[in-house]
Design a protein around this ligand. Structure first.
Ligand code: DGY
Length: 318
C-alpha cells in the first residue's frame, strides 16, 4: 500500500525523522539557510497528505483549496497565524502546534531584549566593533535601569507569566493587560490597555497575532506611553504598526524600542527601523535554543505519531 506523503517544508537532520519514517514517504526542503519560497511551498502543498510547516509558510484559504489530499498540518511553532484555521476546519484538516515547551526560552529572550534596549547594548557593541569607542565617560552610553521600574505585559499567557516571574527577581512592579482579567502567580496587577500604556516604563507585547490584535499598537497607543518608555515585541510583526513605531521613535514620543519579529521576515536591511540608534532588532530568535527547538520537534512528532496510529491527537489547534 502506498504511504502518505509528508512534506517537511524546512531542513531537518535525518535522525529526527527516525520515529515517523516508517509511516510515510518524506519529501524535504533541502536548504538549511533559506526559507522555502512561497510558490514552492504551494506546489508542495498540492501533493502532500501531511505538511510539516514553519511560520514562514503561508497556509492561506487558497493554498488549502488547491491541496486536495491534505489531511494534517503540524506547525513547528506555538503561534499559528500563518495558517487559515477556519479554512482548515472547513476542509477537515487537523492542525497542531508546539505549546508550552518554548515558553521559558521565549520569556528569557523577551527579558534579554528589554535589557538590550534599556542598557543600549546593541549601540554600545556596534560602536566598539566599528572602532568608535573613545573611552569611559561619566554619561557615555548610559541607559536606563530596569530594576524597581514598572513592566507592562500585553498578553498574559504562559510566556507572559514567565516574564512576570523573571521581573519579580529584578524588583520590578508588574502590570498586565489581557482580554480577560486572570489570577496569576506572580502578583501582576490587571490594567486596562490605556492605563497600562500610561503607567509602564517597559511594555512587552506577547499576544498572538489574530484579526483582533493586528495593529494593536498604533500611533494612538504610542502617544499614550511615557516619553521615557520602551516597547518590546517578541510576539509577531503586525501587532505593532511598524510605520507608526518609526514615527514615534523619530519624534521622541517614546525613548526606544526592540523587536524580535517583523511584518516581513527576513526583515529587509533597508527597513527604516533598522536605521535608528534607539531600535534594537533580533532575527526571530524567541525559541532559538537547541533544547527548545528539539522539544518543539518532539511535540510535532508526538502529534504525527498519534495521527498515524489513530489515537487522540495532542497539541491540536483545530
Ligand atoms: C512560535 O513558536 O510561535 C515562534 O515564534 C517560532 O519561533
Amino acid at each position: 500500500m502506498q504511504k502518505p506523503l509528508l512534506w517537511v517544508t524546512f531542513h531537518l537532520p535525518q535522525e529526527l525523522l527516525e520515529p515517523i519514517k516508517s509511516y510515510v514517504d518524506v519529501k524535504m526542503w533541502q536548504d538549511p539557510e533559506f526559507d522555502m519560497p512561497q510558490d514552492e511551498f504551494e506546489a508542495a502543498a498540492q501533493e502532500a497528505d501531511i505538511l510539516w510547516t514553519v511560520v514562514s509558510n503561508q497556509v492561506t484559504a487558497d493554498v488549502i483549496k488547491r491541496a486536495p489530499k491534505l489531511k494534517m498540518i503540524a506547525n513547528l511553532a506555538v503561534g499559528y497565524n500563518n495558517i487559515d484555521t477556519e479554512a482548515a476546519t472547513e476542509a477537515g484538516i487537523i492542525v497542531t502546534n508546539t505549546p508550552d515547551v518554548l515558553a521559558d526560552t521565549t520569556a528569557d529572550l523577551a527579558f534579554l531584549l528589554m535589557m538590550m534596549a534599556a542598557r543600549r547594548t546593541l549601540e554600545g557593541a556596534r560602536a566598539l566593533y566599528q572602532g568608535q569607542w573613545k573611552g569611559w565617560q561619566v554619561l557615555g552610553m548610559t541607559g536606563m535601569d530596569i530594576h524597581h521600574k514598572t513592566l507592562g505585559i500585553i498578553g498574559m499567557g504562559t510566556i507572559g507569566e514567565l516574564v512576570a516571574k523573571r521581573a519579580t527577581g529584578f524588583d520590578m512592579n508588574v502590570i498586565y493587560h489581557n482580554r480577560h482579567e486572570k489570577p496569576n502567580a506572580y502578583g501582576a496587577q490587571y490594567r486596562s490597555k490605556e492605563d497600562l500604556l500610561r503607567e509602564a516604563d517597559f511594555i512587552i507585547v506577547l499576544t498572538p497575532l489574530t484579526p483582533a490584535t493586528r495593529n494593536l499598537i498604533t500611533k494612538e497607543e504610542l502617544a499614550l506611553m511615557k516619553k521615557s518608555a520602551m516597547l518590546i515585541n517578541v510576539a509577531r510583526g503586525g501587532i505593532v504598526n511598524e510605520d507608526d513605531l518609526y514615527e514615534a521613535l523619530i519624534k521622541g514620543d517614546i525613548l526606544a524600542a526592540a523587536s524580535d519579529v517583523f511584518v516581513e521576515e527576513p526583515v529587509p536591511t533597508k527597513h527604516p527601523l533598522l536605521t535608528l540608534a534607539n531600535f534594537t532588532a533580533l532575527p526571530h530568535l524567541g525559541s532559538a535554543t537547541v533544547e527548545t527547538r528539539l522539544g518543539m520537534v518532539s511535540r510535532n512528532v508526538e502529534s504525527l505519531l498519534a495521527y498515524f496510529n489513530k489515537h487522540s491527537i495532542p497539541f491540536r489547534v483545530v
